[in-house]
Design a protein around this ligand. Structure first.
Ligand code: FAD
Ligand code: DLZ
Ligand code: SF4
Length: 518
């Protein structure tokens, strides 16, 4: 009999397992734009517009192939505004012999769909999502006998398993990781290349207009929307990156520059997360550029590691540890998120620039997310729920399975050391080394205390002192703690007080966990 096949907004791939044995003669594909998904956080308007535009384009594509699509639009008067509600409504409308789903990326909705499967009047088959290189089971097997989960060792297994950048049994070039070569600072006069952004199609412009009309209170700007919404558009962005940008990706991977949102990054996370690009294919294409001699190994290895290593590792950790992971707060962080995270109104030049690009572009590159907003939130002691809420809100590529291990794990150490072996706390010296922010900043990056000194400096030692009981035994922090011990008790008390004054003056006070911002 006819099968109802649900396709979620981030499952827009022809190779989706749930569409595998689709019978175009009588199956129906269900896609639904619903308020529950559009508002479970106050997503950036660009994220909603991107999702709706991509869903509509995908639905039109499969309808063109003669498949019946039950497409529920956001302004449909009968819309129940939840995925489960739309499944029930589809079942009420016509008979189906079963429902096929593809496993859902976020625990929140996965729970709802499993509950639905338990009560549905027809059998519900939940299939594995094979758009990842490493299945959840495979990751679980890798993780079982490990005392610690370290991305680097997982990544080596993935290299061996896929054969990516391998020279027989050995890593290409003799080393697994070329990060040491990927730490160049942007020198004066050097400009990142102009980037290809995708002009909105008429379908995308419609979605943008719908979002402007229906979600006016969601976060920030639609004007600069430039995300690919179809597999073809995504392919154009990827091809341009591989051709013109990848060769220098490695050198300046960790560099930041004022007013330069893209640097040499790929700008493909939205497309991969939606299903418009396949991660393994992206890696193979990057490898081919290296094999053709058109990009150096440090660039290509670094790029492939982000996808084959970090992206797969984060997803593995999420599904291994969720739902408990969502409650983790290893440093007992208890502060509210300062308002400038939303407004960008701060004298900290680095933070102002990262918030500005997040508002305008729904994007910031990795080192901005990690070492500016993430590092600051950790040193301020912002509650992890508020940190998650911010990252989920501001980025067009945000999905909990990748966002949460990055924030609670990599950036803020709230997971207590599952993703990373130590907190990435850093003073202003790091930002000064990797960027041109500090020159024009009102704060003095060399200053250690007092109102004119860089807040990152004023927070750094106090952060370590405050967390002495939790972090002192971490061998990777032995050096800074030895330095701190050498300061003597009176100085340590001063540093703690200075950090506390800084936290309060920046608005990181004790209070309601999550601030919902403009
Ligand atoms: P590139 O720098 O060109 O990297 C290429 C690809 O590698 C990316 O498209 C992405 O698919 C993958 N990648 C790179 N770094 C990571 C990483 N740390 N984890 C997982 N995948 C990675 N990425 C998201 O997709 N969604 C998020 O919600 C998200 N939240 C983050 C929060 C924090 C605090 C941090 C530190 C990182 C977060 N990232 C997230 C990872 C990374 O910052 C983005 O994937 C990247 O900036 C996307 O831009 P790009 O395509 O230009 O990336
Ligand atoms: C992100 C998103 C948004 C904004 N809207 C929808 C929607 O209306 N319908 C839908 O099916 N999916 C949407 N999504 C993507 C889902 O939130 C995503 O599939 C789940 O969070 C699982 O990753
Ligand atoms: Fe950021 Fe401090 Fe540099 Fe200002 S001085 S840009 S606050 S690191």
């Amino acid at each position: 009999g006819p099968v109802l096949r649900l396709v979620l907004g981030d499952q827009l791939s022809n190779a989706l397992t749930g569409l595998g044995d689709l019978n175009p003669d009588h199956d129906v594909v269900l896609m639904a734009e619903v308020r529950d998904e559009a508002t479970y956080v106050r997503h950036h308007k660009q994220k909603i517009a991107l999702t709706f535009a991509a869903m509509r384009a995908f639905a039109a594509r499969i309808a063109d192939r003669g498949v019946a699509v039950r497409y529920v639009r956001i302004d449909d008067p009968d819309n129940t505004h939840s995925i489960v509600g739309e499944l029930h409504r589809a079942l009420d409308a016509s008979p189906f012999s079963k429902i096929v789903l593809t496993e859902c990326g976020e625990w929140r909705l996965a729970q709802a769909l499993e509950a639905f499967a338990g009560v549905a009047t027809v059998p519900v088959e939940i299939r594995e999502d094979r758009r990842f290189i490493c299945s959840r089971d495979r990751f679980r097997r890798w993780a079982t006998d490990k005392r610690e989960l370290r991305m680097e060792f997982f990544y080596r297994e993935m290299r061996r398993e896929t054969g990516l950048l391998m020279d027989g049994p050995d890593p290409e070039g003799g080393r697994w990781n070329y990060d040491a070569e990927n730490r160049r600072k942007l020198t004066k006069g050097l400009r990142p290349p102009q980037r290809l952004r995708t002009p909105p199609s008429s379908l995308t412009r419609d979605a943008i207009a719908d979002v402007a009309r229906l979600f006016p209170d969601h976060f920030r700007d639609l004007e600069s929307f430039g995300w690919p919404t179809t597999a073809e558009e995504a392919e154009t962005v990827l091809a341009d990156f591989l051709d013109r940008v990848l060769p220098a990706f490695g050198d300046w991977q960790d560099a930041m520059a004022e007013g330069q949102p893209w640097m040499w990054h790929g700008l493909i996370s939205t497309a991969i997360n939606l299903g418009l690009l396949d991660p393994l294919d992206v890696c193979r294409r990057a490898e081919a550029v290296y094999r053709a001699g058109a990009a150096p190994l440090n660039a290509v290895e670094g790029f492939i590691r982000q996808i084959l290593g970090w992206r797969e590792f984060m997803r593995g950790v999420y599904w291994l540890k969720v739902p408990e992971y969502r409650q983790r707060n290893a440093l007992d962080a208890d502060r509210v998120l300062p308002w400038f995270y939303w407004s960008g109104k701060t004298d900290m030049a680095c933070v102002a620039d990262v918030v500005a690009t997040s508002r305008t572009n729904a994007y910031a590159h990795h080192i901005q997310r990690l070492m500016v907003t993430g590092n600051l939130a950790m040193m301020l002691g912002v509650h992890p729920d508020a940190v998650d809420d911010w990252y989920m809100t501001v980025y067009a590529d945000a999905y909990e399975w990748v966002e949460m291990p990055n924030t609670r794990g990599m950036a803020t150490f709230a997971d207590g050391g599952i993703v990373g072996s130590k907190p990435y706390a850093a003073s202003g010296a790091y930002i000064n080394r990797m960027s041109d922010y500090c020159g024009a900043c009102r704060y003095d990056v060399k200053g250690k205390s007092g109102d004119g000194a860089c807040p990152f400096n004023r927070l750094y030692w106090g952060f370590l002192e405050r967390n002495r009981g939790r972090l002192r035994d971490n061998i990777r922090l032995a050096m800074p703690y030895r330095t701190l011990d050498g300061f003597g008790e009176a100085r340590r008390a001063d540093l703690l007080a200075e950090a506390e004054r800084t936290r309060v003056s920046l608005g990181a006070i004790v209070g309601e966990k999550a601030t919902k911002g403009e």
